[in-house]
Design a protein around this ligand. Structure first.
Ligand SMILES: CC(C)(COP(=O)(O)OP(=O)(O)OC[C@H]1O[C@@H](n2cnc3c(N)ncnc32)[C@H](O)[C@@H]1OP(=O)(O)O)[C@@H](O)C(=O)NCCC(=O)NCCS
Length: 203
């Protein structure tokens, strides 16, 4: 999904995933622990450039790079610390439409400072147009409206997280997602915004 939106929060700034971010992103994704936690496949640098193009251009994908705000220095020097993505499955008018959310704060030095929760609040506000649903102040008027088929209904948001990824489960719970299904064969919990609670257990 092509967007030039730059979304500023107190702790993070979200910027579109561009060519210049790919090398660093590729370094992160060479770490087997991050590959496992994000359920990603290892890619060559060339494939990572191809993937960046797809994430930028495919109408069903939206991705932002997360920069950490630093008190000193120019915003153009803020360090790149992670990414936040949305992957649309179907069209918002479809009955079974869903939008899968993913997030990563790659550097362990930047974790546990509230960056992921703020990045998700900003991204989900942008994608749904509903700041109050995510306890987020309204986005600045300088942020352009999201491209079609956004905005999407918040009840279509889903996160699929490894069953043993406590930090991530707890992060999504903080944003009012709850487990609706546990798929034991994949070792995965499916969480939905406003989920409603009692998980269904698959074999
Ligand atoms: C999960 C992840 C994104 C959290 O990022 P973070 O910036 O450290 O998270 P935040 O500081 O914003 O924490 C927000 C909430 O998440 C939960 N959380 C985050 N890290 C946690 C941890 N290590 N243990 C338990 N809960 C944790 C807590 O509920 C926390 O709220 P609190 O600080 O009030 O307790 C980060 O650990 C990460 O990138 N992990 C690897 C990739 C991954 O697992 N991605 C998820 C797949 S969708």
């Amino acid at each position: 999904m092509i967007t030039d939106a730059v979304i500023e929060g107190d702790k993070v700034v979200l910027v579109p995933y561009r060519n210049e971010h790919v090398e660093k992103y590729h370094q992160w994704m060479s770490d087997p622990r991050l590959l496992k936690l994000t359920a990603s496949e290892p890619l060559t640098l060339g494939e990572e450039y191809e993937m960046q193009k797809k994430w930028r251009e495919d109408p069903d994908k939206l991705t932002f790079i997360i920069l950490a705000v630093e008190r000193k220095g120019d915003p153009s020097d803020y360090p790149m610390v992670g990414d936040v993505n949305l992957f649309l499955k179907g069209h918002p008018s479809d009955e079974d439409f869903e939008a899968e959310v993913e997030i990563m704060i790659a550097g362990t030095d930047y974790r546990r400072q509230g960056l992921a929760v703020e990045a998700l609040r900003l991204m989900l506000t942008y994608a749904t147009g509903l700041p109050s649903a995510f306890m987020c102040p309204p986005l600045s008027r300088s942020v352009p409206p999201p491209p079609k088929p956004l905005p999407i209904p918040p009840q279509s948001l889903v996160a699929r997280v490894a069953q043993d990824n406590r930090p991530s489960i707890s992060l999504f719970e903080k944003l009012q997602f709850s487990a609706v299904r546990v798929v034991h064969v994949f070792g995965e919990v499916e969480m939905r915004f406003g989920g409603g609670g009692v998980p269904i257990y698959d074999k």
